[in-house]
Write a protein that binds this ligand. Structure first.
Ligand SMILES: *[C@@H]1O[C@H](CO)[C@@H](O)[C@H](O)[C@H]1NC(C)=O
Ligand SMILES: *[C@@H]1O[C@H](CO)[C@@H](O)[C@H](O)[C@H]1NC(C)=O
Length: 405
């Protein structure tokens, strides 16, 4: 078999695999965006907290830029089921029941997310769904849930693939499209069977509210680009931006890194008391475009073993462009990187003109030929660029100043 035949065959096989084995619930075409209670409130949740944060999403216009899922995490339910085996809402926290919460969220035009564990109990010891998949999926459908985060605590050593597939099938049987967020902590190489099972899958243990954890989760996910695609995403866990332990540079990097990874963007902070710097970070439209307007997870294309890495992805749409992220992982030193357009495959010819746009400043830096020097990136900070190269024409050739000089 010649190289081209082999290539055609493997492309055909890949397409076949993609079409036949992806979870087909029509959701998660782009990574999910929304908000979740856990990172800020842990178990201390209530109907009021959820309503206030949901309302704030709309008041701030965050729904208009994509943040639509309002997800309740652990502790909405009691530890015990009722006499008929039904899961029961904790009425001290949700006096009007879960459907009332869902109704309120839907009235705002948002979507409603619920939580359980593929075990006998949730991580906080509430009733889990192992053995109750059908009954619980029906309950989620009845209360109007649009999203399920399904955790991995108290799993009794039952194989993950079985537990997560059982809930996938139970959700499907309800007939209600429910985004399925697998939270199996990267066990059993979930990325290898994630696409046929869920819309996204956690690849690591829980994120923690400090830089080393952000860095670890990013690096782990960055190696899994082959498994990510429309409808099925690697999930490095929810955002810690606005939870007052990362520096402003670390918060910007956390956001940019998650956008480039095509990670679900699930906010985890108190939106009601959020400061303007945090709001500016999470609503950066250029980075959200990178997350939402293209399919490919970014890959490292330069300095991959060094402290200042360069990540790349392409953004589609009417005006396609290349997105570049220069990340300075060093704890003390500033870093500088030469972005060579041809070497990095951004330009076709050495004399192509490339517009370089700064996503954080929201402005065009200038038009460059050949290369652009990213200078003095501060420790733990990043530079995010849109680069759009225009092919060099014969007319450009005749009038090019750099050639005439
Ligand atoms: C259930 O699965 C089938 C087969 O993949 C799919 O066509 C259908 O859209 C799914 N329904 C829901 C509600 O997810
Ligand atoms: C805040 O970050 C420091 C490290 O920078 C870490 O040791 C500490 O545990 C973090 N605090 C919380 C509440 O996560």
């Amino acid at each position: 078999m010649g190289f081209n035949q082999k290539l055609t065959l493997s492309v055909a096989v890949l397409l076949f695999i993609n079409q036949s084995s992806c979870l087909n619930n029509g959701l998660g075409k782009t990574p999910a965006m929304g908000w979740n209670t856990w990172n800020k409130y842990n178990c201390d949740i209530s109907e009021d907290i959820i309503k206030q944060n949901a309302k704030k999403i709309v008041d701030l216009g965050l729904d208009k830029i994509g943040y639509v899922y309002i997800n309740i995490d652990d502790c909405w339910q009691l530890a015990d089921r009722d006499a008929n085996g039904n899961v029961q809402a904790d009425l001290t926290k949700f006096p009007n029941g879960m459907m009332a919460v869902g109704d309120y969220i839907h009235t705002l035009g948002l979507k409603f997310g619920i939580y359980s564990s593929a075990g006998t109990q949730t991580c906080q010891g509430k009733a889990g769904s192992l053995g109750f998949e059908k009954q619980d999926a029906q309950y989620y459908s009845n209360i109007g849930a649009d999203y399920l985060k399904y955790d991995n605590c108290f799993n009794q050593g039952v194989q993950g693939k079985k537990r997560y597939t059982d809930m996938r099938d139970a959700l499907n049987s309800t007939g209600r499209p429910i985004y399925y967020s697998i939270c199996s902590w990267g066990t059993e190489n979930i990325w290898e069977w994630g696409a046929e099972t869920g819309n996204s899958w956690r690849t690591t243990l829980d994120i923690e509210n400090f830089w080393a954890s952000v860095k670890f989760n990013f690096n782990f996910n960055a190696q899994l680009a082959d498994y990510s695609g429309s409808g099925s995403w690697n999930d490095p866990d929810m955002l810690e931006i606005g939870n007052n332990n990362l520096t402003i540079f670390e918060e910007k990097s956390h956001f940019a890194l998650w956008c480039f990874l095509k990670a679900p963007l699930i906010l985890g902070n108190d939106l009601v008391n959020m400061g303007p710097e945090v709001l500016a970070i999470i609503s950066n439209q250029y980075l959200i475009d990178v997350n939402q307007n293209s399919v490919a997870q970014a890959r490292c294309i330069m300095n991959c073993q060094q402290k200042s890495q360069v990540y790349h992805t392409q953004v589609h749409g009417n005006y396609p462009y290349d997105a570049i992220l220069v990340m300075n992982w060093d704890n003390k030193e500033k870093s500088s990187v030469m972005i060579d357009f041809m070497t990095l495959g951004l330009a076709q010819y050495a004399y192509d003109k490339c517009d370089v746009f700064d996503m954080w400043a929201g402005s065009l830096i200038g038009t460059y030929q050949g290369r652009y020097f990213v200078n003095n990136v501060l420790p733990h900070n990043n530079v995010a660029l849109k680069i759009q190269c225009k092919s060099f024409t014969a007319k450009d050739f005749l009038t090019s100043k750099s050639l005439l000089q």
